[in-house]
Design a protein around this ligand. Structure first.
Ligand SMILES: Nc1ncnc2c1ncn2[C@@H]1O[C@H](COP(=O)(O)OP(=O)(O)OP(=O)(O)O)[C@@H](O)[C@H]1O
Length: 639
């Protein structure tokens, strides 16, 4: 064996993370133990799974456990597991490097404000690095199960930007971490203190966590009995225990382990399902979106266990992609332990679990939505669903597109801003319950921002008639509305697409319609003039009753792409054919009436072009020739 001691530098991000962590999690130091036990438990899970197809990996020792040892004299705590361990390459890849999606976003969001950053860092997860909260030197020795004894690896660092790596002999497989405690972390040398932290954070860990017990005090003349090893935690899989035995704290601590989160969850679901297939679900909704929510390779999800043996993180196999924020465990007796992932994915039992779990998560959300706004005994208003929506609403919208079978259920979970609420808090049923007499359509507008939607000229007639309009301004809304075309038997219609017919709505509808027709007729010459002036810039020019204050607006043809969608696709670098809009004019507006009287071709042309560009601006977009627009307006102003 060649001696291979090397010194490596930490990846820049690791250094940054360490500095930040030591400062911001200072008052929360004890979490180091939770993080290290969590890793040890994951390592035991991995070994147990790999050993289902290769028993030799147990190396004759299948009693998976974590052992914690205190050495008061040398001021160290040792956390030792006999899990899967790591090879040299794995140590380099896992310890000293952050190779996870969402890292860039995480660093981008740091503000320098300690409290806020502590929160962010908690969400991001500090894992192994939390050792440096209490230690000024960490020595990790590990050997991967199945490798020869001489392929052990020692990793050592003072957390100052570098680590040493050495190849060593290690007889037992697994990982041993020695924390050389800082002066100010002496309290952790007390075994009662450590035991109470283990109870707090790791009772639910399904492997025994062992420590030396306290030696019983000897009676006079008796020999002092040596201390015995004792198991500190409950060591049973939490989801297999009856609900009545479990406290909120038990559930929350388990969530923090499984969800790699520092905060309590927003809600949970614990059920045992019996039918053709038997399985248990323990699922949680996080309070906050993880950093990698929008990454394709989201890291943590739902864990699949078969007969309490961890099989895999199996997000999309167990829950549809749009529910990727759900964390937790599904455990079944109906799958074999030692089959490949591919076979598992195709099994009817997995399919049934996915269907059942999806249904139950959606029902949990429905219940949360129902309870929204209600007050509890202490008069506190329930904001759980609003909180959920602001973090994960856009994922639920994906569900409309992705999960046609549950579309009805999902559509009742949607919440929007409308002309009556800036908050995204209005459900479609609430909208329907407020519809005007004669209204049989749910009206919406899509725009680049809430402000652009709210101030769009298209809303003018709706305001006048008191008709509520749903204001859509998230990118995904364009896709949402192309899949959600009906709710509760009512059509959804964009107010900036196609012809608008509000003639059935309101008290004087019939008279208004007649009046409008007359006005349209009178504006005929103006329409023709503008049409000629704008040429092929527009698909058509026509009068409208949409507008009450603005002179003109743009609409898309019923089956054309909306201008907002066109903009989004173009921004995303897609090749989109130019859609020609329809210019609608307000025959009551003074500008239109003045234009009707104009004779000079040049003036008509300038006026028409200004009308068109103004309508573009009102959509939140830029005219094709902004400088030309400004020049024409200035010329007019000076006249
Ligand atoms: N005791 C251990 N045995 C085997 N592998 C380990 C052990 N501790 C850490 N690792 C490996 O190092 C990786 C990084 O660990 P770290 O605690 O930094 O992050 P994590 O557990 O993956 O995620 P999080 O930061 O969210 O806790 C783990 O994913 C695992 O592969």
């Amino acid at each position: 064996m060649t001696a291979t001691k090397e010194t490596h530098a930490f990846q820049t991000e690791v250094k940054q993370l360490l500095d930040l962590m030591i400062h911001s999690l200072y008052s929360n130091k004890e979490i180091f133990l939770r993080e290290l036990i969590s890793n040890a438990s994951d390592a035991a899970d991995k070994l147990r799974f790999e050993a289902t197809t290769d028993d030799a990996l147990f190396e004759g020792d299948s009693d998976l456990n974590v052992f914690i040892d205190i050495d008061k004299e040398n001021r160290t705590i040792t956390i030792r597991d006999n899990g899967i361990g790591m090879s040299r390459d794995e140590v380099i890849a896992n310890i000293g490097t952050i190779a996870r999606s969402g890292t860039k976003e995480f660093f981008g969001q740091l503000s320098g404000d300690q409290e806020k950053d502590a929160h962010l860092i908690g969400q991001f997860g500090v894992g192994f690095y939390s050792s440096f909260l209490v230690a000024d030197k960490v020595t990790l020795t590990t050997r991967r199960a199945g490798l020869e004894h001489e392929h052990g690896v020692r990793w050592e660092s003072a957390g100052d930007g570098e680590y040493d790596l050495d190849t060593v002999e290690k007889a037992e497989r697994g990982t041993e971490i020695i924390l050389h405690l800082r002066e100010e972390a002496s309290e952790y040398l007390d075994d009662w203190k450590l035991k109470s932290i283990i109870h707090k954070y790791a009772d639910h860990i399904p492997f025994p966590i062992r420590m030396m017990g306290t030696p019983a005090a000897a009676e006079e003349g008796e020999e002092v009995k040596p201390a015995e090893i004792e198991t500190v935690n409950q060591a049973s899989a939490l989801w297999t225990r009856p609900k009545s035995e479990l406290t909120d704290e038990d559930y929350n601590n388990f969530y923090k382990h499984i969800g790699h989160d520092f905060e309590d969850p927003l809600a949970r679901l614990h059920q045992k399902l019996e039918g053709k297939y038997e399985y248990s679900l323990l699922l949680y909704l996080p309070k906050r979106a993880p950093f990698d929510l929008w990454q394709l390779e989201a890291k943590h999800g739902v864990k699949l266990y078969v007969r309490r043996v961890f099989i895999m993180e199996a997000n999309e196999d167990l829950l549809p992609r749009y529910l990727r924020f759900v964390r937790g465990v599904m455990d079944t007796n109906d799958l074999p332990l030692n089959v490949s992932r591919e076979i598992l994915q195709k099994s009817p039992a997995m399919e049934a679990m996915k269907k059942g779990a999806t249904k139950r998560v959606l029902s949990m959300l429905e219940d949360m939505a129902k309870n929204a706004g209600t007050a509890d005994e202490s008069d506190e208003i329930n904001t759980d669903y609003a909180d959920f929506w602001s973090e994960f609403g856009n994922c639920i919208k994906e569900g409309i597109i992705e999960d046609a079978a549950n579309r009805d259920k999902i559509s009742s979970l949607l919440r929007f801003a409308t002309t009556q609420s800036d908050e995204q808090s209005v459900s479609l049923s609430e909208y329907v319950s407020r519809m005007q007499e004669g209204q049989d359509t749910i009206y919406y507008i899509t725009a680049e921002s809430l402000a652009a939607a709210k101030h769009s000229p298209h809303l003018e007639v709706f305001r006048k008639k008191g008709i509520e309009v749903v204001l859509l301004h998230d990118r995904i809304d364009e896709w949402l509305t192309s899949h959600l075309t009906e709710f509760d038997g009512k059509k959804l219609q964009s107010i900036s697409k196609g012809e608008l017919d509000l003639s059935n709505i309101g008290e004087n509808a019939a008279e208004e319609k007649k009046e409008q027709e007359e006005k349209a007729k009178a504006a005929g010459p103006a329409v023709e003039k503008i049409k000629e002036a704008l040429g092929d810039k527009v698909k058509d020019v026509r009068t409208t009753d949409r507008l009450t204050e603005s002179p003109a607006c743009l609409v898309s043809d019923q089956f054309d792409m909306s201008s907002n969608m066109e903009r989004i696709l173009k921004q995303a670098g897609q090749n989109v054919p130019d859609m020609k809009p329809i210019l609608e004019i307000n025959p009551d507006h003074e500008l239109i009436q003045r234009l009707a009287k104009m004779r000079s071709q040049d003036k008509i042309s300038d006026f028409s072009s200004i009308l068109f560009d103004q309508a573009v601006l009102a959509e939140g977009a830029l005219p094709e020739d902004p400088a030309g627009f400004v020049r024409k307006v200035n010329e007019l102003l000076c006249k």
